[in-house]
Design a protein around this ligand. Structure first.
Ligand code: HEC
Ligand code: HEC
Ligand code: HEC
Length: 492
C-alpha cells in the first residue's frame, strides 16, 4: 500500500516562499497541536500527517511508564520509544488532555534532546529538538533500530477525571525532506486513582485494608503495583503517617463492579471487537478444515445461506454479532454473513457474567466463547466487555433503514477536512482500502457498509494509525455526520 498523499494539507498549500519558513520552523521540532489529541484538532492542528505524507511501516511507538491510574500530584517519568528497523531516526510530540483541556504539567528531563513547542513557550506539548533527531540518527543502529525520548508528566493536583496521553511520532529516513517518514501514533488513557483505592474498583474497602497491611512498611521497589495508591501522604512509603488518612478514606465494602472492569478501556475494546489479534498482537487463529471455524460459528448451510464464512474471520466478534451489534436482528440476519446468532446490543448480562461467557470453554458454560484459549488475555476480555456494555449504541439512531447516515453533511465535511483528509485526501480516494480487485475508498465503505464505517471511525482501524473519534471525545452523532458526508464521496 502506498501512502503517497496527493492532496496537500493546509500548511503545504502555502506558497513556495513560505515553504522556506515552514522548513526552518520544523527542523527545530514539531509545532504545537500535532500530538493527535482533540485540542490540536480543534485548533487546526492534528497529527504529523498534516504535512508528512502518510507512510505505513512495520515499526511502532510505545509509551512506557504511564500508570493505569494517576495519583493526584504524582510525577511520572515517561519514555517514548520509536522503533522501525527500516528507518534511520525519529521525532515525536506528546500532550496530556482531558475534556478539551490540557491536564497536569510536563517537565523537561533532557533539555538537549527534548523541548516545549513554540520555542519553549507552549508547555502543553513536548517535542524533539534538532539535537534529539541527530542523536536518534547516531544511536539508531546500535539501538537495533529504535530511539527513546524521555519526559516527566506530573498529574493534576485534584481529580480531573480520565486523562489521555497522546503521542505522535515519525520514524524518519534521514532524507532531510518531508517525504519518506513513517507515522506512528499511540495513546494511554489514565483514570484517576482515588486515594487508598489500591485495586482500582472505585472505592476504599476491606480489600484495600488488606492491601494496606501488605504494603505497610514495605519498600515500594519490591512491592507490587497496589502500594503506591496506599501512600496517602505521598512520602513514598506506606507508614504510620498514612494510617489515619486511610481510616478517613475507608468508605466500606460498596464496590459493585470488578476493578478490572472499572479500569477497562472502551476504545481498545472497540478495536478488539473488530479484530482482536491486530490489537493485542496474538497470532491470527489458523485452523484447517473441518476445524476451520470458531466452535460457536454455525455449520455451513448453502441452501439456507447460513454460516458461509470460514477461517480466522469467524473469530472476530463482528463476524457473529455484526457491525450493528444486532446479530440476526440486524444486517447479518441475511446475506453472506448470516449467522442467526443473537446480537450484543441490549444484553442483560452483568460485566462478570459476560466476562465468564467470553472466557470460559463451552464445556464449562453454555455458549462459552473460549476466547482465552484462542489468544485473548483477561485484560482484553474486560476491555471488550466494557465496550459491549458501555460503548455499543443503537445504530438505528444514526443510520436509517436504507443505510443512509443521519446527520449534518456540512458538519461532516468540516470534520472530515480536519481529521480524515490528511490521510484519505479531500475526496477520500488517496488510500485504496483494497477490499477487492476494484479500488475501495472511504466513499465505498460508507455506502456499502455504513455500520462498519461508523464502528471504524469511532474506534479506529486495527493495525493502522487511523485515529479513533471516540478518543477525540467526539459524540457518535459527530461521527455520523462524517458518514453523511462520506456517502457523497466517490465510490470508485
Ligand atoms: C506544518 C507541517 C509539518 C508538520 C505538521 C510536521 N512536520 Fe515534520 N517536517 C516538516 C518539514 C517541512 C520538514 C522537512 C524540513 C526539515 O527537515 O526541517 C520536516 C521534517 C521533520 C523531521 C526531520 C526529518 C529528517 O529527515 O531530517 C522530523 C524528525 C519531523 N519532521 C518530525 C515531525 C513530527 C514527529 C511531527 C508530528 C508530531 C511533524 N514532524 C509534523 C513539516 C511538518
Ligand atoms: C463464532 C461466533 C461468535 C463469536 C466470534 C463471538 N460470539 Fe458472542 N455469542 C455467540 C453465540 C452463539 C452466543 C449465544 C450464546 C448463548 O447464550 O448460548 C453469543 C453470545 C454473546 C453475548 C451475550 C448476548 C446476550 O444475549 O446476552 C455477548 C455480549 C457476546 N456474545 C459478545 C461477544 C464478543 C464481545 C465477542 C468477541 C470477543 C464475541 N461475542 C464473539 C457467538 C459468537
Ligand atoms: C493517520 C491517517 C488516517 C486518518 C487521519 C484517518 N484514516 Fe482512515 N484509514 C487509514 C488507514 C492506514 C487505513 C487502512 C488502509 C488499508 O487497510 O489498507 C484506513 C481505513 C479506513 C477505512 C476503511 C476501513 C475498512 O473497512 O477497511 C475507512 C472507512 C476510513 N479509514 C475512514 C476514515 C475516516 C472517516 C477518517 C476521519 C474520521 C479517517 N479514516 C482518518 C488512515 C487514516
Amino acid at each position: 500500500m502506498t501512502g503517497y498523499r496527493r492532496t496537500a494539507g493546509a500548511a503545504l498549500a502555502a506558497t513556495a516562499a513560505s515553504w522556506v519558513t515552514i522548513a526552518l520552523a520544523f527542523s527545530t521540532g514539531a509545532d504545537s497541536g500535532l500530538s493527535g489529541g482533540p485540542i490540536g484538532y480543534a485548533t487546526g492542528g492534528g497529527n504529523c500527517t498534516a504535512c508528512h505524507p502518510l507512510n505505513l511501516g512495520p515499526g511502532k511507538v510505545e509509551l512506557l511508564g504511564a500508570p493505569r491510574r494517576y495519583r493526584t500530584g504524582a510525577a511520572y517519568d515517561l519514555t517514548v520509544r520509536i522503533t522501525d528497523v527500516e528507518q534511520a531516526g525519529a521525532g515525536f510530540e506528546i500532550s496530556a488532555e482531558g475534556d478539551f483541556e490540557h491536564l497536569g504539567s510536563f517537565q523537561i528531563l533532557d533539555a538537549v534532546n527534548t523541548q516545549f513547542t513554540d520555542s519553549g513557550f507552549n508547555t502543553s506539548y513536548v517535542t524533539h529538538t534538532p539535537d534529539g533527531v541527530d542523536d536518534s540518527i547516531s544511536r539508531w543502529g546500535d539501538n537495533g533500530g529504535s530511539y527513546e525520548y524521555t519526559v516527566r508528566w506530573t498529574a493534576p493536583d485534584v481529580d480531573r477525571g480520565p486523562v489521555t496521553l497522546f503521542v505522535a511520532s515519525q520514524a524518519i529516513n534521514d532524507g532531510g525532506a518531508l517525504f519518506g517518514e513513517r507515522f506512528y501514533p499511540t495513546h494511554a488513557t489514565l483514570g484517576h486513582a482515588r486515594p487508598g483505592d489500591s485495586d482500582g474498583d472505585g472505592d476504599v474497602d476491606l480489600r484495600d485494608a488488606a492491601a494496606f497491611q501488605r504494603c505497610y512498611d514495605a519498600s515500594f521497589a519490591s512491592s507490587d503495583d497496589e502500594c503506591p495508591y496506599l501512600d496517602l501522604d505521598g512520602d513514598e512509603t506506606v507508614a504510620p503517617s498514612d494510617v489515619e488518612l486511610f481510616a478517613i478514606a475507608l468508605s466500606g465494602p460498596t464496590a459493585t463492579l470488578p476493578a478490572a472492569y472499572v479500569l477497562a478501556d472502551i476504545v481498545r475494546g472497540g478495536g478488539l471487537y473488530d479484530n482482536w489479534w491486530k490489537i493485542n498482537g496474538a497470532p491470527e487463529p489458523e485452523f484447517s478444515p473441518p476445524f476451520d471455524k470458531h466452535p460457536l460459528y454455525p455449520p455451513t448451510d448453502k441452501v439456507e445461506g447460513i454460516g458461509l464464512q470460514a477461517g480466522s474471520t469467524t473469530f472476530r466478534c463482528k463476524e457473529c454479532h455484526g457491525w450493528d451489534y444486532k446479530g440476526l436482528a440486524g444486517a447479518y440476519g441475511s446475506g453472506q454473513h448470516r449467522t442467526d446468532i443473537v446480537g450484543v446490543f441490549g444484553t442483560l448480562r452483568t460485566p462478570r457474567e459476560l466476562f465468564d461467557l467470553l472466557k470460559a470453554s463451552p464445556l464449562d458454560i453454555p455458549g462459552g466463547h473460549d476466547m482465552d484459549a484462542f489468544g485473548m488475555s483477561d485484560a482484553d476480555i474486560w476491555d471488550v466487555v466494557k465496550m459491549t456494555l458501555e460503548g455499543v449504541v443503537d445504530t438505528d439512531e444514526h443510520i436509517d433503514e436504507s443505510g443512509a447516515f443521519l446527520g449534518s453533511e456540512l458538519g461532516g465535511s468540516i470534520d472530515f477536512g480536519q481529521v480524515c483528509q490528511s490521510c484519505h485526501g479531500s475526496d477520500g480516494t488517496d488510500i485504496d482500502l483494497g477490499h477487492s480487485n476494484d479500488p475501495d475508498y472511504v466513499g465505498t465503505v460508507a455506502n456499502d457498509n455504513p455500520w462498519e464505517f461508523l464502528h471504524k471511525v469511532r474506534f479506529g482501524n486495527p493495525g493502522t494509525p487511523m485515529p479513533s473519534t471516540d478518543l477525540l471525545r467526539w459524540s457518535v452523532s459527530l461521527a455520523a455526520n462524517v458518514g453523511v458526508f462520506a456517502q457523497t464521496l466517490p465510490t470508485k
